[in-house]
Design a protein around this ligand. Structure first.
Ligand code: DC
Length: 223
């Protein structure tokens, strides 16, 4: 089975692009960020402090996450697709993602997902830790000001109140925590290909990544 790993900082457009790439080449798209968000939502719903690692780990046996092919995310059978994007989850997810017990639990699930199908998986540690032997590794970046503008526009469309300054500071805060955690931090794998999408449209980013995949796999991987 083929694994395409797409890593990079928050709001670099990874999920939109990864989804588009997966659709075009007929692979299954796996959004690992949604899995960390589900654990965070479950902890918040159970009034557990997301900074208390041991308490969050105790919840894991009661958590079942399903990533549906239509993009819906189910937490213990309930549709939480929108809930996991809420501000309270965003504010706490980096703490949960820095929890080693949570990471080991989710990484195990993520590895099993490639057992029987080819996947495009996006996250922070896919090419470095989850699949160090991934067939193709992309590190997708974009200038922080561009990322903030994109996320700000998305928030406005979703009716989430915020300022551009807040969004930019929050992205920097999350990038810092994600790249400075002890276990499996956000970092570019030595053999990953960096794609800077600051000045690319979504379609151009998808095209560029498909070009890289074709190059790597030496195969006709589109449509
Ligand atoms: O990609 P996202 O914004 O949905 O990710 C949410 C959080 O989870 C973010 O703080 C980074 C973290 N994360 C991670 O540590 N490892 C992954 N493989 C995916 C996401």
């Amino acid at each position: 089975m083929v694994v395409v790993a797409i890593d990079g900082p928050s709001a670099a457009g990874k999920s939109t692009v990864a989804k588009g790439v997966a659709k075009r080449i007929g692979y299954v798209y796996v959004d690992t960020g949604a899995m960390y968000r589900c654990v965070t939502l479950f902890a918040l719903e159970n009034n557990v402090d997301c900074r208390k690692d041991e308490e969050v780990v105790k919840l894991l046996p009661n958590i079942q996450i399903e990533l549906c092919v239509d993009g819906r995310v189910l937490l213990n059978g309930k549709d939480v697709t929108l809930d996991i994007r809420k501000q309270e989850v965003v504010a706490n997810v980096s703490f949960v993602a820095a929890n080693k017990g949570v990471r080991l639990f989710l990484v195990d699930l993520q590895r099993k997902m490639a057992d029987d199908k080819s996947i495009v998986m996006d996250g922070r540690d896919i090419g470095t830790y989850v699949f160090p032997n991934a067939d193709v590794k992309i590190f997708q970046v974009a200038d922080v000001k561009e990322r903030a503008k994109r996320r700000y526009k998305e928030n406005l469309l979703k009716g989430i109140e915020c300022t551009l300054e807040f969004v930019e500071q929050d992205l920097q805060r999350r990038d810092y925590i994600d790249s400075h955690r002890e276990f499996a931090p956000l970092t570019k794998a030595d053999d990953a290909i960096e794609v800077d999408t600051s000045f690319m449209t979504i379609e151009e980013s998808i095209e560029e990544i498909i070009r890289i995949i074709k190059n790597k796999l030496g195969d006709n991987k589109d449509e």
